[in-house]
Structures are given as C-alpha cells and as structure tokens.
Design a protein around this ligand. Sequence first.
Ligand SMILES: NC(=O)C1=CN([C@@H]2O[C@H](COP(=O)(O)OP(=O)(O)OC[C@H]3O[C@@H](n4cnc5c(N)ncnc54)[C@H](OP(=O)(O)O)[C@@H]3O)[C@@H](O)[C@H]2O)[C@@H](O)CC1
Ligand SMILES: Nc1ncnc2c1ncn2[C@@H]1O[C@H](COP(=O)(O)OP(=O)(O)O)[C@@H](O)[C@H]1O
Length: 266
Amino acid sequence: MQWLRVPGSDDDKRSMGVLGVITGSERYPGAAVLGVEAAWRTGIGMVRLWAPRRVQDLVLARRPETVCHALDEPADGVDAWLLGSGQDARERDPALRSALLEALAAGAPCVVDAGALDLVPGHAGPAVVTPHGRELERILEQLGAPVEADARMRAAAAAAALDAVVVAKGAATHVVEPSGAATTVEAATHRLATAGTGDVLAGMLGALVAANPDATRESERLASIAALGVALHGQAAAAAAEGDRPIAALDVAEHVPAVIAARLER
Ligand SMILES: NC(=O)C1=CN([C@@H]2O[C@H](COP(=O)(O)OP(=O)(O)OC[C@H]3O[C@@H](n4cnc5c(N)ncnc54)[C@H](OP(=O)(O)O)[C@@H]3O)[C@@H](O)[C@H]2O)[C@@H](O)CC1
Ligand SMILES: Nc1ncnc2c1ncn2[C@@H]1O[C@H](COP(=O)(O)OP(=O)(O)O)[C@@H](O)[C@H]1O
C-alpha cells in the first residue's frame, strides 16, 4: 500500500522516519499526548518532542519511547515537523514562537495545526495545514482573502495563497492542493465529533509525512498522503465506535494499527 512503510532488514529507527513535534502547552498539554500517541500508532521510527516540562512529563507517562527536548534546545535531525496542536497563538511566548518559526523555515515538510496556523506564511518547505471551519475562516481573514460560501472553495483559496495542501476538516474533509485539485473524504462515522480527534489526525499526518519525506516535494503526492491519513483516521474512528458506541480521541489512535494492518493485507 503506497505511503504505508513496512520496515525491512535494512531499516532502522532513522530510516523509518523521524517526526519532530512542537505541540501542547500549559493550557492544552493533552493535545501533545494525543498527537504523539497517534504518530507512534501510525508507524514511525522515532518521535522527538520539543515542549515545556509539564507537556514532556505527560507525553512520557503515556509514551516513554518519545525523545524529549526543552523548547530552547536545537531543533534538528528530523524528517518532518508536526506543529501547533494544543497551542493558542494569542498566548504564545517568545521561546515557542521562535521554535515554531525555526521549524517552518528549515525546509523539512511540516504539518501545521491549530495554534501555529497563523505562522504558515513563513514556511520554506512543503506544508499541510489542518484547519477546522473557524480556523479556515481566520486564515482567509488574515490573508485578506474573501471568505467564500463553499467550504471546498475556501480551502482552495487558502491552499493557493499559502502554497500548501489544505486539509479542511469536518464531516466531509476536503484535501486541496495549491492548484485547486481537491479530494473529499467523507468521515466513516460522526462519532469523530468529539474533542481531540483533530489532534489525533494531525499526529497521523505527521507520521505519514515523516515516513515519506521525498514524496512531499510534489503537491499531488503530498495531498495523496494527507488524503490517506484522513481516510485512515475515519476508519480507525469507525472501528473504535463499532456498534455505535461513544468514543474518546485516544480510542481513535488505539485503533489505527488494526486499520493499517487491514489496508496492508488488501
Ligand atoms: N485535550 C486537549 O488538549 C485538547 C486541545 N485542543 C486544542 O485546543 C485549542 C483550541 O481548539 P479549538 O479551535 O477547538 O478552540 P475552541 O476554543 O474550542 O474554539 C475556538 C473557536 O473555534 C470555533 N470552533 C471550534 N471548533 C470548530 C469546528 N470544528 N468548526 C467550526 N468552528 C469551530 C469555536 O466557535 P463556536 O463553535 O464556539 O462558535 C470558537 O470560536 C487548539 O490548540 C486545539 O488543538 C482541542 O483539540 C481539544 C482537546
Ligand atoms: N460531524 C462530524 N462527523 C464526522 N467527523 C467530524 C465531525 N465533526 C468533526 N469531525 C472530525 O473530527 C475532527 C475534529 O477536529 P478539530 O475540529 O480540530 O477538533 P479538536 O481541536 O478538538 O481536535 C476532524 O478530523 C473532523 O474532520
């Protein structure tokens, strides 16, 4: 299955992809836990987290295999970045701002969510941005672009202006390239409408991008990776919610490995 890497005898933790993560904050530490958990569950060689101490501690309690750094430690040695989940741009301190800007300017592919969306215009490498409806409106307002009535057209306007793949989230998620080419993924269950599932999606996308960094240089392939991540996320949620049971965001992450295994068997 394209984009789902399976390690072979020549692989090691670095060749399988290293994801750098700058997510979470004192206010929203859980978003970092959700994204890191989802990244590991999607199949990745290594996850490295740059975050305040409290965020590190909570992530390590859930996933001790994560390599943690203080926000002011040098940010390098990664294949891709996951930025912004669990952060609020209005409360961002200078250490966080400079870590995010450094990651965006480094040229590695970036998945940008929530509290880092306002910094996307500074990106140097390939970028996937993951706004929900209100965040997409805010991006267009910040860019001075008209806010179209149709969600897919809004996503296309943002993708063109930002030169990024836009994943416009909702019950139907539109994955749109800067050219305007779009794929729509209908969620496999509406049980996804619960807090933190977007943080899980961002972690999954980060892992898929870090495992396939060369492919991200072409928008069409980057969008294909993003659309796969959205589909897997929906399928994992449907598996977690089997029988229409209520789910929480971590349940989605926990069902990702089985969904990937089923895809690989096809
Ligand atoms: N456990 C954790 O750590 C969690 C951490 N999280 C982190 O919290 C941070 C803020 O997240 P957030 O954007 O959801 O902010 P929140 O203040 O609720 O709304 C701000 C504005 O947006 C709107 N709005 C919201 N959702 C919308 C939608 N789908 N579609 C359309 N509009 C929507 C809403 O409008 P309203 O619906 O209230 O009119 C309001 O005006 C972010 O960093 C995230 O990663 C969360 O992931 C939860 C779990
Ligand atoms: N009614 C719905 N049906 C299906 N999926 C939904 C629905 N509402 C939201 N989602 C999905 O749930 C996730 C919510 O992400 P987001 O709005 O960023 O929430 P959070 O910030 O709490 O993680 C997205 O993947 C979105 O596509």
